[in-house]
Design a protein around this ligand. Structure first.
Ligand code: PLP
Length: 343
């Protein structure tokens, strides 16, 4: 666990809580205001009321639609006419494809071969052009950079962009308006767009709130970067939480500074803990979830986060391969790049 001291002030710059409030108007009609429901099982485990923010119910099955819709809505007519490109671990690409189709914009999505087939197919079904390149998020990003340069497409980054961060931050407005008593928010953490936006908006509304990030131990780029005091690279490895894979970019401009100043704690989970979290969401909450969306449950079940008051858990996505979900529900081991995982 990484606990950080001297918190509280957002880094200065173009990004502030006002941008999150503007994003809310821009995305309404594309992304939904998702339900915040009482957890059926986490209250007993933690002794505190725990609420689940069901981003799994977004039209694309994950929260990323918020950031993508906000970023696309802020393009100029020229940019819209030329089209957009992005790289993605799957859900951002699907979000960009969905929002682009709504607005009649041409979209190209660059994916690495680590992205599950179910996510690739969903992006193609939304009418986007898919390019599968390399074995890491970095290679996919380079392909997107090249297309942006050569074809004049506008790159929509998966997390390190003010409009994307502000879009994800709208989740915090919804949570605290509905349940102002919430004292901690547990957030799946990869590149930090989700937690950065949530922390920015939540701390502006309620400075005492605790924001806790949760990543998989296998390839936790933001955690390693916070420890090092600057963005660093980590090896990208197969994980049940595939949507949390990838680096934060050595040239990170926004999310590293946001996490360093506003995130209170970062917790890491092993694959067996993520497996048990997915199983608990499935069997206990009766909800389909992907590994990256189950890390809040996993951290609470493992006792790695102990809330002192009412807490909200971001259940961030549901787009796991269905065979994986069914196997975990039955308690069977699942294979991850040659490694067997079970609870
Ligand atoms: C992208 C993603 C995350 C992490 O979001 P970041 O902004 O990269 O930290 C968490 N859960 C799911 C399901 C995702 O798709």
């Amino acid at each position: 666990m990484l606990t950080m001291a001297g918190k509280g002030t957002a880094p200065a710059g173009l990004l502030d809580a006002g941008l999150v409030r503007q994003a809310r108007a821009a995305i309404s009609g594309v992304a939904m205001n998702t339900p915040l429901v009482a957890s059926r099982c986490l209250g007993g485990v933690t002794g505190q009321p725990v609420f689940l923010k069901l981003e799994t119910l977004q039209p694309i099955g994950a929260f990323k639609l918020r950031g993508a819709a906000n970023a696309l809505s802020s393009l100029t007519p020229e940019q819209r006419a030329r089209g957009v490109v992005c790289c993605s671990t799957g859900n951002h690409g699907r979000a960009v494809a969905f929002a682009a189709r709504r607005l009649g914009i041409r979209a190209t999505v660059c994916l690495s071969h680590l992205v599950p087939e179910v996510k690739v197919a969903a992006i193609e079904a939304l009418g986007a052009e898919v390019r599968c390149v390399g074995r890491s998020q970095d290679e996919a990003q380079h392909a997107a950079d090249r297309l942006a340069r050569e074809e004049g497409l506008t790159d929509i980054p998966p997390f390190d962009h003010p409009a994307v961060i502000a879009g994800q931050g709208t989740i915090a407005l919804e949570i605290l308006e509905e349940r102002p008593e919430i004292e901690a928010i547990l957030v799946p953490l990869s590149g930090g767009g989700l937690i950065g936006g949530i922390a920015l908006a939540a701390k502006a509304m309620k400075p005492s709130i605790r924001i806790i990030g949760i990543s998989m131990a296998r390839g936790a780029a933001m955690h390693a970067s916070l420890l090092a005091g600057r963005p660093v690279e980590v090896d990208e490895l197969p994980t049940l939480a595939d949507s949390l894979g990838g680096g934060i970019g050595l040239g990170n401009r926004w999310t590293f500074a946001l996490c360093r100043s506003l995130v209170d704690e970062v917790v890491l989970l092993d694959e067996a803990e993520i497996y048990r979290g997915m199983r608990e969401v499935l069997l206990g909450e009766r909800l389909v979830v992907e590994g990256g969306g189950a890390v809040g449950h996993a951290a609470l079940m493992a006792g790695k986060v102990k809330p002192c008051g009412p807490a909200a858990v971001i259940v961030s996505g549901q787009n796991a391969p269905i065979e994986q979900v069914l196997a975990i529900g039955r308690g069977e081991p699942v294979m991850l790049g040659g490694m067997e995982v079970k609870g």
